[in-house]
Design a protein around this ligand. Structure first.
Ligand code: PEP
Ligand code: CO
Length: 476
């Protein structure tokens, strides 16, 4: 990734700049940020929309729809992430690799939320700190791809880029980008978010209920005994709270939670169309989600994604893979968090089980020395992908854990805060990742391999992981 300083002139046709983002650049004149200034920069991974007029008509409609989230909510998440940044909280960011347009049922969303809440309860107890919960949901529809084409049943086709772009059906026609899908993505995000708000405020997130589910998991798990002690402790803590007169059933903080939304901010036309000026502060917010992240393939300092997200006030994440240099990390931190706001920027590192212990510490040191506050989160999924001889993509639970061990070790070595985990999981009982305490075996991979993109942890593997991360945090 290049780190050359940025200079460019404002593209034609932008007479009325939008409010500036939290950058140190001028508010007006050449070089000013606007919601569309990204268009003057190279934008990787954008679909090849066949009909510009159809795309423009869709974008015009999206510019007129209500925001999915509100600026005040994004600020509340920023405050939560600020706590993570300063070592007083932990981030759990997790969800689907890519949400499907076919999978909008309430049970599917509920199961995902259930596992997320269960993991969060375990991690809260492990860390003895609040856990900020962020889903990869209600908008995680678009995928970057390393290869532009893929071969399905011997036929070479454009790679699948998510239902918000085209169908996953293996025909050339189905894989042609269709901008109407951006509208469908917006409405599907709206209905998912609506259900999420109902579940998280309507009693489903009750801590005692979540704990009962965890007890069931522990009782049924082959690793049950290992987790039993921790589950017992949580139960004792709950009984203690009750015994001192706090009514668990009527304490809002115990049965209402905040689960924030996030997705990879990949399709910049969509993100631009959903950006609104906050009436309270006059600042631009990308109202498609509370938090947006920039992927490993689009984090170029001179690219359109970094330009766009430098200017909106949401909390922003950036994936950093093993090729990220110390210069890349410091330059991205400077560019995306010039105001040095704790919680504004999260680096989601995905280095691989074998490399994390070598490549992560220098980045942690450099950003620390630059004095730029950053939340550090471990994505132990994306650099631990393996392909079986059959061609099936999978991930091994042990390697995922090994990257997490390396992540915690690197932070202990440097003295920085291991701020959280970023996972791909689903509530269903799929067989996509290998291992776990009730192990998925190689010859079982095909039983329920349902992902549209990367292999996800199933519900049991996710809880296994949460208990083990809780142990790791305690050890640290
Ligand atoms: C993802 O999070 O699904 C993804 C594509 O990750 P990355 O950008 O780290 O490869
Ligand atoms: Co993925």
């Amino acid at each position: 990734m290049s780190s050359a300083p940025l200079r460019r002139s404002r593209p034609l046709g932008q007479q009325k700049p939008d409010p500036p983002g939290p950058t140190s650049r001028p508010a007006t004149g050449a070089g000013a940020w606007t919601t569309s200034s990204w268009r003057a920069f190279p934008a990787g991974q954008q679909p090849d929309w066949p009909d510009p007029a159809a795309l423009e008509s869709v974008l015009a409609r999206l510019r007129g729809v209500p925001p999915l989230v509100f600026a005040g909510e994004a600020r509340a998440l920023l405050a939560g992430l600020g706590e993570v940044c300063e070592g007083r909280a932990f981030l759990l960011q997790a969800g689907e690799c890519v949400e499907s347009f076919r999978d909008v049922s309430a049970p599917a969303i509920r199961e995902r939320l259930k596992v997320l809440l269960q993991m969060s309860a375990v991690l809260t107890y492990g860390a003895m700190l609040p856990v900020v919960k962020v889903g990869r949901l209600a908008g995680q529809f678009a995928k970057p791809r390393t290869e532009p084409t893929e071969t399905v049943d011997g036929v070479e086709l454009p790679s699948f880029r998510g239902h918000v772009v085209h169908s996953d059906e293996p025909t050339l026609e189905a894989r042609t980008p269709d901008p109407e899908r951006l509208i469908q993505g917006y409405y599907q995000a709206a209905s998912t978010l609506n259900l999420l708000r109902a579940f998280t405020k309507g009693g489903f997130a009750d801590l005692t209920l979540v704990h009962t589910w965890n007890r069931e998991f522990v009782a049924a798990s082959p690793a049950g005994q290992r987790y039993e002690a921790l589950a017992d402790e949580i139960e004792r803590a709950l009984r203690f709270i009750q015994s001192i007169g706090i009514d668990l059933a009527n304490e809002p903080s115990l049965h209402e939670v905040d689960v924030w939304t996030s997705h990879e901010g990949l399709l910049l036309e969509y993100e631009e169309a959903l950006t609104r000026t906050d009436s309270l502060t006059g600042r631009p917010y990308d109202c498609s989600a509370h938090m947006l992240w920039i992927g490993e393939r689009t984090r170029d300092l001179d690219g359109a994604h970094v330009e766009f997200f430098s200017g909106v006030d949401n909390p922003i994440g950036v994936k950093l893979g093993p090729t990220a240099t110390v210069q890349d990390a410091v330059a991205l931190a400077e560019r995306l968090n010039p105001g040095r706001i704790p919680g504004r920027l999260t680096f989601i590192t995905r280095m691989g089980a074998r490399r994390v212990r070598d490549v992560l510490p220098p980045l942690l040191r450099a950003v620390q020395q630059a004095g730029i506050p950053v939340v550090w989160v471990c994505d132990p999924m994306h650099a631990n992908l393996v392909r079986m001889p059959s061609g099936t993509k999978t991930r091994r639970f042990d390697e995922i854990m090994e990257e997490l061990h390396g992540f915690f070790a690197a932070h202990r070595e440097v003295g920085t805060w291991p701020g959280g985990v970023h996972l791909e999981f689903t509530g269903e009982d799929v067989t996509e990742c290998l291992g776990g305490s009730e192990a998925v075996l190689e010859d079982q991979l095909d039983n329920r391999y349902e992902t549209l993109c990367d292999p996800r942890l199933n519900g049991r593997q996710s809880l296994d992981l949460a208990f083990r991360v809780a142990e790791l945090m305690r050890a640290g």
